[in-house]
Design a protein around this ligand. Sequence first.
Ligand SMILES: O=C(O)Cc1cc(O)ccc1O
Ligand SMILES: [Fe+2]
Length: 450
Amino acid sequence: MVGSNFTTKDPYKYQVGFNSYHETEAIEGALPVGQNSPQEAPYGLYSEKLSGTAFTAPRHENKQSWLYRVIPGASHPNPESVKAPWASSDGSNKAPAGFDELQYVPNQLRWDPFDVVESETFVDGLRLVSASGDPRVKKGLAIYAYGASKSMGNEAFYNADGDFLIVPQQGELDIQTELGNLYVRPQEIVVIPRGIRYKVKLPSGPIRGYILEVFSGHFELPELGPIGSNCLANARDFQAPVAAFEENDEPHKILGKFGGNLFQYTQNHSPFDVVGWHGLYYPYKYDLGKFNTIGSVSFDHPDPSIFTVLTVQSEHVGTAIADFVIFPPRWLVQEHTFRPPWFHRNTMAEFMGLICGNYDAKEGGGFVPGGASLHNVMSSHGPDAATYEKASKADLKPQKVGTGSIAFMFETSLMLGLTTYGLTECNKVQSTYNEHSWLPIKKHFVNPQK
Ligand SMILES: O=C(O)Cc1cc(O)ccc1O
Ligand SMILES: [Fe+2]
């Protein structure tokens, strides 16, 4: 079977394609014909443009959508600053919350599973673990662990700082966005671009997962080079919502993340009032079970870039601000090869998490679902001692690895800093990661000169 074997059915309809121009109307005729901004839009709706790139961005990068809504987004009182859950302990608003306290350490780090936070919503339960750069100059990225046990009510969240790539690890997310609904289960991911307002409901109980936030650009499919025109994540497997609206004139709290801090205002109507939209700027989801994995059919272990699902490129071609990479179930058939990942030091930083199952480079245990690891710029890492001993002696029959497993990596060209939460407050850092994984490595050298 292609695709994940989900136990819950997705209740929503979607339009398919990556970077496809979509148009959708919840009521026939809601979209104006042949123009974007008629003197009066159909059914008395307001036209509103949502820009995801500069007006003048080159055509191949340009992303905008036109929304036809009951009340325009501008109709609300002044926003006021509130304490963000990821704010630094003194609550200062001088630097983006959490960013002023980042610590840059070369330590190999591994975390036990992050907590699911009781009685908190998706927004309250965002925990900033690691970051680099500054959202105020639209450069860099942030990594969050989220955990929540309460659905958002008459409220919505938007992020002026960048795009969120959400990787659920536990529990399902019923996401109501301005542009329609997305139902996202573990083994699926969802991308919510900058500015789009949404709420997260929890239909199956508590949730936990990871978020990669990028302050510049947008996620793209990686180039395929000699692989050709298909494989890895195929464009047709990305799903965007169809228009869905509500008329709810109860007060709604809008929470906005802006420059790393949180602001809020209350408006007298639901923001989920878009009756039709068209454009290239929209949220989308993807089932990781549809990833068409490529690997070596001869010898040696290829670079993990062959497992890139989505990438955000820097100005330097081929060097990513961030890659989202997965390690899905796959066959290993290489001959005369040490098949697990090699020992290495990388100019990129590697933050990894585990959605389910186990990871073939860590036979010795300790890297578990809901947990994470970080191997920062040039910090040595690789298979643990147990993996080395096993794989260096293994009978090299064709072997399926990762059955029932998906590990992933956020790989970045930037050095990653750690928040106080990530380094100490979360209480999940494993103090014996090195002792457990690599200090037991034995000397096997047989010096022929002796
Ligand atoms: O460090 C890791 O486990 C991730 C990783 C996997 C792989 O197959 C090759 C390189 C790499 O960094
Ligand atoms: Fe690595």
